[in-house]
Write a protein that binds this ligand. Sequence first.
Ligand code: SAM
Length: 273
Amino acid sequence: MEQATTGHYPIERREGEIERLHIQSTAMAADCDIMLERIGVGGGWACLDLGCGPGGITALLSTRVGAGGRVVGLDADVAFLEHARVNAAPNIKFIAGNAYRTDLVAGNFDLVHMRFIASTAGEPEKLIREAMRLAKPGGILAMQEPDMASLNCYPPNASWDRLKAALQGAFSSAGTDICLARRLYELARLSGLTDVQYRPFLVGVRSQDPWVDYLPSTVESLRGTIVGRALLSEDELNLALAGCRTHLRNPNVVFTSYTVAQVWGRTPLAPRS
Ligand SMILES: C[S@@+](CC[C@H](N)C(=O)[O-])C[C@H]1O[C@@H](n2cnc3c(N)ncnc32)[C@H](O)[C@@H]1O
């Protein structure tokens, strides 16, 4: 990954990380589309997905804005962007950059969107300031961030609990807030957005669903931080991963995902004095 000059993103781009992010995006596509519909994203819009990873929501935006619109995906990880460019629709452009300080021209987008970057890389206020700068006056800033409280499996399982605690510990030790959903609405209002909307959702997952490996695969992408910060030893981690995966193979087991808060609002028409 290119060194980002701001943010403390602890997730590693190990083999399997691109697939992990794609499966996550697919699991959330229907809810993301509900948000885009409520915002009214339509033909001809110019949209930016900040921290888009290997695609983020750019394909959903591309379909909505059509040939007369344009979509830009920005990320610090050039390998993610290379992947994203393969088979991308002609109205999408992917660019490398630092989401906290993009060097993009101000006021050029009808919609600026960010998902899971403020919570995983930190400094949400700084990101929001940059996103608001990039939106047109009166344009829309939309954010989607998680709250891990609802990430629970039924029946409960000790290995699941260990992995969940390690995941939360890894983000706290990186100084980031994986439960940012709880503060997102307030942050949006305090940043000066108006007509701020709030739509939380979660996803139910069964053992046969593609997203079933969410918790083990995400913890694997945090292995360096988890072991490096002694949250679990390598052996403890491997044991918990195996135990959790065995549990999730039971066809009677289900889990509820983390809650995602969708928050969006309008940027001021004129700069605040
Ligand atoms: C959890 S991923 C989410 C990706 C995508 N938004 C999605 O929802 O599928 C967070 C993304 O933020 C990117 N990122 C982290 N720090 C960044 C920075 N300072 N500038 C740009 N991108 C950054 C990472 O490379 C990663 O692709």
